[in-house]
Design a protein around this ligand. Structure first.
Ligand code: HGY
Ligand code: MN
Ligand code: MN
Length: 396
């Protein structure tokens, strides 16, 4: 096969089309399990069918498009089409669209190797079912009781559909995800490709801060039990402690709700989520215990454990295949850890998973101004294409 290359104008056209499927007017909005996410995946199904590939939507809505035999293990690749609220154009969608272009080019060049499968996973971003939902279900990581049937029902889902979507450990030979870095390491080290060695873990705690609602005009300051003032000191403590850590732990309170949330009522209750991330699960748990002890000693709180995603190292074989491709293409690359979570993290459970990062301008993501250059996108897409061929050669 001659040296196939992607056609970046296709990537641009398709990515901008996906971007036009948008429910909001600030940035891009295709929330997990929303109609916009569904429409985007329906569009993808049409594109895959137009390429005469074997296409199906699984029991929870993940879209699969395969070039080659359906009854042999495949090299899989893909990402997600949902976004955060007021998100960017590139997060997730770029990996799916580049995967689509790789399939188109390889089919056009008469590819005859091991089967290749593009997967668009649903519900990757944070959502009531816990993010990376579609890929965790595929990898068998969602167990009975992890999510309540009532919650699942709201999204027309249930445990039997989740179990039906599970793939066996030998369904895929490897999984490759191209994604924007969402940080500034590549930009500051002046590299065009990131080869991801590990993906940080995520642990969330849902904290109910208990105060006492009362009249904001008649309650003396020294007689108040203001849940929001308590929550503010908790948020401050989380940030200060995480900053003082001498490891890669980061911690965020990104979600908070005040009750009754009225101008003339002293807040009686606050629900907030503390998210801790890091590359060492034991360090993360130690840090969380420190937060829990401090909160219990200084405030009245009830703490519920939220989503738990262990950090994972990625496949050496896939990393080496990406490196070889970069060396052959004379593209400078950088080995690095991902602070963001990705569907590839879930797929480490059932196959050899790897990730290719391309630079994010100013490291900005989960924001309307998220940006990656078409030049970097073209380099990344060709590295993805050649890495797929490199991985397929290893099998033949
Ligand atoms: O939260 C994450 O790390 C990913 O962007 N969903
Ligand atoms: Mn994201
Ligand atoms: Mn993403």
């Amino acid at each position: 096969m001659s040296f196939p290359k992607v056609y970046v104008e296709n990537i641009k056209k398709n990515l901008l089309h996906i971007g036009s499927i948008n429910s909001g007017n600030i940035g891009y909005n295709r929330l997990a399990f929303s109609n916009e996410e569904k429409k985007a995946n329906e569009w993808l199904e049409e594109q895959l069918k137009d390429l005469n590939l074997s296409v199906y939507k699984d029991s929870i809505g993940n879209v699969h498009g395969r070039l080659g035999s359906l009854d042999k293990p495949a090299i899989a690749f893909g990402s997600h089409l949902d976004t955060v609220k007021n998100g960017g154009l590139y997060d997730g969608a770029l990996g799916v669209i580049i995967g689509l272009e790789c399939l188109r080019v390889l089919k056009e060049h008469g590819y005859q190797g091991v089967p290749l499968e593009l997967i668009s996973f649903v519900g990757e971003e944070a959502n009531p079912l816990g993010g990376t939902f579609g890929s965790r279900a595929t990898a068998g990581l969602i167990k009975d009781g992890d999510v309540s049937d009532v919650e699942l029902e709201k999204f027309d889902l249930n445990m039997s559909k989740i179990k039906e979507a599970r793939k066996s450990d030998n369904a895929y030979l490897s999984f490759l995800e191209l994604h924007i870095e969402q940080g500034s390491v590549l930009e500051t080290t002046n590299n065009q490709i990131g080869i991801v060695t590990a993906i940080a873990g995520i642990s969330r705690m849902h904290v109910h801060v208990i105060g006492k609602a009362s009249h904001s005009g008649t309650t003396p300051m020294n007689a108040r039990n203001d849940a929001l003032v308590s929550a503010a000191s908790i948020i401050q403590y989380v940030s200060e402690r995480a900053t003082k850590q001498n490891n890669d732990i980061v911690a965020t309170v990104g979600k908070l709700e005040v009750f009754p949330n009225s101008e003339n009522v002293v807040p009686g209750d606050v629900q907030l989520t503390i998210e801790v991330r890091g590359s060492d699960w034991h360090e993360m748990k130690e840090f969380e215990q420190r937060l829990t002890d401090w909160m219990n000693a200084n405030h009245r709180v009830e703490i519920a454990v939220g989503v738990q995603k262990h950090p994972n190292t990625l496949s050496e074989n896939v990393q080496k295949a990406i490196e070889k491709t970069c060396q052959n293409s004379k593209v400078n690359y950088h080995y690095m850890v991902s602070g963001a979570n990705h569907d590839a993290n879930s797929l480490t459970e059932i196959t050899e998973a790897g990730m290719i990062f391309i630079p994010s301008k100013d490291g900005l993501s989960h924001h309307p101004d998220e940006y990656s250059s078409w030049e970097d996108i073209e380099v990344g897409a060709n590295v993805m294409l050649q890495t797929i061929l490199e991985l397929s050669k290893k099998v033949n």
